[in-house]
Design a protein around this ligand. Structure first.
Ligand SMILES: Nc1ncnc2c1ncn2[C@@H]1O[C@H](COP(=O)(O)OP(=O)(O)O)[C@@H](O)[C@H]1O
Ligand SMILES: [Mg+2]
Length: 346
């Protein structure tokens, strides 16, 4: 009989740099955006399209995925009763590399998220909500664009999907000629209406163009700004520093308590974007792990270069200047009538 050598007591393995990738800090900005979205997403809402716009690295994708997970978790008991239910789906707008946005690819991805097996016989799509059986399409070629679109509408309805997140939605704009943009957006709006779902489009500042397309559409779109933390707002500086503190606490064996003193420098370098902060710190932790010890050099090597930072800052400033008017909501001054003097007061 082979005797196993006695095992040493298990000591916790220190978390490595990769664990920063799985970290999801529920920081102030994220909470604000989630609260706003949760308030505006409800059955029968008139806001069929919500735009979540912000700089690259603000953490929009992370937020979007979290929203969907949250919706699924919130509906666990309903989903246990009705296996066909999919309260929310996340789809990334495909970048096909072609001139025109590929709606075919987009619908196909949406159907996959909605649990449709497109490799199944092409005549069968959709599930009858009462019998749970696959049903046949009626009069539309399921492989064609119209068929795919109808299938998405049906699925959204049958799955009782409350909202669809379209991430990287700026791809739709970049790959669409301006003259056709309104038609594309109309497509999404009617998809939302027919499927009885709301559409949450997530992307960088170029998404903002959608708002100016037409009054009719603008009325139906609500913009939520997933903004960077600004260095000129004390509350933003505090919130950003709290994020650095959180990142510090996840890898104590790498940087001990040495990280938070660089909060201001990190704020400056990452332009107040938590996703960018995460990328910089992940790199810094890997450099430190490779060097065998933490030094400020590891952090310096991980920072954005001046050229990268300048390019991102330009995009942010341009985007903020464009988006701010669409976020300014002013109640016209209310003219108060002079109070009538009553007999008693007179
Ligand atoms: N709240 C957060 N907490 C921790 N890490 C985050 C958070 N938000 C984003 N990140 C990290 O930052 C990186 C970039 O974020 P991402 O959501 O892709 O940004 P965006 O979509 O705005 O460009 C991701 O790898 C993610 O893991
Ligand atoms: Mg993203």
């Amino acid at each position: 009989m082979i005797h196993k050598p006695s095992q040493p007591a298990l000591t916790p393995v220190p978390a490595s740099a990769e664990s920063l990738l799985n970290l999801r800090i529920k920081h102030t900005r994220i909470k604000q955006v989630i609260d706003e979205l949760n308030t505006l997403i409800y059955p029968g809402s008139q806001d069929s399209i919500l735009l979540v716009i912000g700089p690259t690295g603000a953490g929009k994708t992370t937020l979007a995925r979290y929203m969907v997970e949250q919706a699924l978790e919130g509906a666990t008991s309903e989903m246990n009763k009705d296996a066909g239910l999919i309260p929310a789906v996340y789809v990334e707008a495909p970048s096909s590399g072609e001139d025109d946005f590929s709606w075919r690819l987009f619908y196909t991805q949406a159907l996959a998220e909605l649990g449709e097996d497109l490799s199944a016989p092409k005549v069968a799509y959709g599930i009858d909500p009462t019998t749970g059986k696959m049903v046949r399409p009626r009069g539309i070629s399921p492989g064609g664009l119209a068929g795919l679109r109808t299938a998405v509408e049906r699925c959204l309805k049958e799955r009782d999907t409350r909202f669809v997140v379209i991430d990287e939605a700026a791809h739709i704009i970049r790959q669409t000629r301006r003259s056709r943009l309104e038609i594309q957006l109309d497509t999404l709006k009617s998809l939302a209406n027919k499927g009885c779902s709301q559409i949450v489009m997530v992307g960088s500042y170029d998404l903002y163009q959608l708002v100016s397309l037409s009054g009719q559409l603008a009325r139906r779109i609500h913009v939520v700004h997933c903004e960077r933390y600004r260095q000129d707002r004390p509350e933003d500086v505090l919130a950003f520093t709290a994020c650095v503190q959180k990142f510090q606490s996840v890898l104590p064996h790498v940087w001990g308590d040495q990280l938070v003193q660089y909060a201001q420098a990190l704020h400056e370098n990452t332009l107040g974007c938590v996703g960018t902060l995460s990328s910089v710190l992940t790199r810094a932790a890997r450099f430190a792990e490779a060097d065998g010890r933490w030094t400020v050099k590891a952090l310096e090597r991980a920072l954005l270069t001046d050229a990268q930072r300048t390019r991102i800052l330009e995009e942010i400033l341009e985007g903020e200047a464009a988006i701010n008017p669409s976020l300014t909501r002013n109640l016209p001054p209310i003219k108060t009538a002079k109070p009538h003097r009553t007999r008693e007061a007179a």
